[in-house]
Design a protein around this ligand. Sequence first.
Ligand SMILES: *Cc1c(COP(=O)(O)O)cnc(C)c1O
Length: 239
Amino acid sequence: MTERREELAANLARVEDRIAAACEAAGRAREEVTLIVVTKTYPASDVRILAGLGVRHVAENRDQDAAPKAAACADLPLSWHFVGQLQTNKVRSVAGYAEMVQSVDRARLVTALSKEAVRTGREIGCLIQVALDAGEKERGDRGGVAPGGIEELAGLIASSEGLRLGGLMTVAPLTGQYAGRQRAAFDRLMDLSTALRRAHPAATMVSAGMSADLEEAVAAGATHVRVGSAVLGVRPGLR
Ligand SMILES: *Cc1c(COP(=O)(O)O)cnc(C)c1O
C-alpha cells in the first residue's frame, strides 16, 4: 500500500466506526445510513484510492474542479453528487456526471436541470437544499431555500420531466437560532422531511451531517452523511 492509501484507509475506518457507533446508539441499522465522501479540493488520484477502498458515493461542490475529476474517474463504479451552489450556466456540465444534485434551491435551477435531463435522456436525482437560517421564503447565504419554500419547489421538481425528487439536504447553520445546535437543526430537517413525504412518499432521502456533526445527523435520522475532512484531511483555506 502507498502511504496515501494507508492514510485514507485508516481515516475511512475511523469514520466507518463513528457511523456504526452512531447507528447503534440511535437503534438504527448501519444500512440505513449511506456515506458520501466529499472529495472537493483533493485530486482524482485520491478518488481512485477511495473507490478501491470501497467508497461508492462521492461529492463535489465546484463544477470547475469536479468535471475534470469525474472525467478522470469515469471508469470507476462511483455515484457523483453535486453539493455546491449551482449556477444555471453550469447545469449542462454538472448533469454530465452528477447522478444527484443535492443543492436544488430555486425554480430556475429546476427548469434548467429538467431541460438538460430531457436533452440527454438521463434522470437526475434532486434534493432540495434547506436553509434553516434563512428568513421565511428567502434563500440562505450559502444557498438553500427557506422551509416555507420547500413545498412549492417539491411540486415543481415532481412534475418536471427527467427529474426525481429524492428528499432534503441541509448544512447546519452557522448563524441564527440553530447556530451551534446541530441536533436541533437536524431534528427540524427531519420534521420538514416528514411533512414532505406526506405529499411525496418516495422523497425519503435526508442528507445531513459532515465530519464534525455526523453523530448528531445519524441520531436525528439522516439517511446520508457527507464527510470530507475526516476522510481526506483538513482542506487548506475555508471552502
Ligand atoms: C465540504 C462539504 C461537506 C464536508 O465537510 P467536512 O467538514 O469536510 O466533512 C459536506 N457538505 C457540503 C455541502 C460541503 O460543501
